[in-house]
Unconditional design. Structure first.
Length: 482
């Protein structure tokens, strides 16, 4: 069992290294944007990318997940057919959807609350969506076949071009907001071109009707499920714009991005987790392994939550060139939401853990109900809480949505693929997280002195408890012996 956890950890590290570097490069855009654009302008960028995230679901139709399932087992069709059918389906669908956006770009611009002169943002978004959709299956193929080196290289090139062009076009050519979308489009096109050898190598001209039907049946639930998941992530931005203004949206987004460390952990874990549990599902001690993985994940994520929460003030005030800070001073008014956001993302990681059972047993039909519940809770609580509590309300709504999805998927997964998780340890660790957040607010509102030494002592004590509860030291000793 411990060898398996070690393997998962190594895979997580491989993808994680690139993800950390890539996300760090991307995160450089946060201080850049918050120091170059005022909150209203950053709010516009945030809103458009929220809509892009939602539309991505309709472009890919869940076929990336379908590819993963059927290409890993080859239940139906050949390896090339398992690649070609989802890729070509996404291609044809993307051509249709981008054409619709281009034809109706002006009314779409008005519909999402932008001015007519901002129509170009919508046009660029149509092309970004098209090229981004075409690389989902090729990237999934690289992951499935353990081509981590190529996966990492292409991802890094994409991020490097995007970040680099942002700096060149905004600082050098002073192109303003449009530079954000031009940079993204160029990066997306280059990524597609780099993956064309992978695409042509895997294409087949033999149609397999049975495989197509199986893919549709498996993948279709991912459309409403994926849409609901994205709504959980981004729906608060349009709602916030409706209830407040673009300035509030910009401040919220900047502080939301400060949860990057937890987002990184969840993303790098998910990259390694899906192929890991698929490859190990038939092992005699698979369920025992999955149980241990959850405890270790929650323990490690909790350490991140504690450290980031206690030292968020110091983090946002990291000095940048020209007397600036990591986050522009106009945006720091929302820093108090960060611990809640971190806790929300931690429950997203728990949700990812519990997804194994549903995936293994092919019960994806339940995903729309699970994520749909999260989306409904998010929408409802945003409308209820934002008018009264502002950014607090949006953060709390996000937390409620993630914890509801984690609880729901736990019970569904246990019904079809029961695993004896050590829930006592998991609950105790999360109790420590609650204490950490309470202490943060006592320090933030100066009930407890915000002395750096007080923070070090409190965070060290809480981390010690988490490490003990999650057996992280035991796992570390295993690695040190090998």
């Amino acid at each position: 069992m411990l060898d398996k956890i070690k393997t998962l950890s190594k895979q997580t590290l491989v993808y994680g290294t690139s993800t950390i570097i890539g996300r760090f490069l991307n995160f450089l855009l946060v201080p850049f944007y918050t120091n170059k654009f005022h909150p209203g302008e950053y709010g516009i960028i945030t809103l458009i990318y929220a809509y892009i995230a939602m539309l991505n679901i309709f472009y890919t139709l869940g076929f990336e997940s379908g590819y993963f399932k059927f290409a890993s087992t080859l239940e139906v069709g050949t390896p090339k057919q398992n690649f070609t059918i989802p890729f070509v389906t996404i291609l044809l669908n993307s051509i249709f959807l981008s054409a619709i956006i281009l034809i109706f770009s002006t009314p779409i611009t008005t519909l999402i609350g932008l001015h007519n002169f901002e129509n170009n943002y919508v046009i660029y978004s149509a092309f970004i969506l098209f090229f981004d959709a075409l690389v989902w299956v090729p990237f999934a193929s690289l992951r499935l076949h353990n081509k981590a080196g190529k996966f990492v290289t292409v991802k890094m090139i994409n991020i490097g071009i995007n970040v680099g062009l942002n700096f060149v076009l905004v600082l050098g050519f002073r192109m303003g907001l449009i530079a954000v979308f031009i940079s993204n489009l160029v990066a997306s096109i280059v990524t597609f071109l780099l993956l064309t050898p992978e695409i042509f190598r895997n294409l087949s001209f033999l149609y397999n009707k049975k495989l197509f039907n199986e893919l549709w049946r498996f993948s279709l639930p991912y459309v409403p499920a994926g849409l609901a998941s994205i709504l959980v992530l981004v729906v608060n931005r349009p709602i916030m714009q409706f209830l407040t203004d673009e300035n509030t949206v910009g401040i919220f987004q900047a502080n939301l991005r400060l949860g990057i460390v937890m987002v990184l952990l969840c993303q790098m874990f998910e990259y390694a987790w899906r192929p890991f549990f698929l490859n190990n599902a038939k092992e005699p001690n698979a369920k025992e392994i999955f149980s241990k993985v959850l405890t270790v994940f929650v323990g490690f994520a909790s350490c991140i939550l504690i450290v980031t929460s206690f030292f968020i003030r110091e983090i946002v005030n990291i000095p940048m060139p020209s007397g600036k800070h990591l986050i522009g001073t106009e945006y720091q008014a929302g820093v108090y939401i960060v611990p809640i956001i971190l806790f929300s993302y931690l429950f997203n990681g728990i949700y990812i853990n519990f997804m194994a059972g549903i995936y293994i047993e092919k019960k994806t039909k339940f995903l729309p109900f699970i994520t749909g519940l999260g989306a409904l809770i998010n929408v409802a609580f945003n409308f209820i809480l934002i008018p009264k509590y502002g950014l607090y309300g949006a953060a709390i709504a996000t937390f409620f949505s993630y914890i509801s999805m984690a609880i729901y998927i736990y019970f569904v997964s246990q019904k079809f693929y029961p695993v004896k998780y050590d829930m006592n340890r998991v609950l105790l660790i999360n109790l420590v997280n609650c204490v950490s957040i309470i202490l943060f607010y006592l320090i933030f509102y100066q009930v407890i002195p915000s002395n750096i030494f007080v923070k070090i002592i409190l965070s060290a004590g809480l981390i010690f408890i988490v490490v003990y509860l999650s057996d992280l030291m035991k796992v570390r000793k295993i690695f040190s012996k090998r």
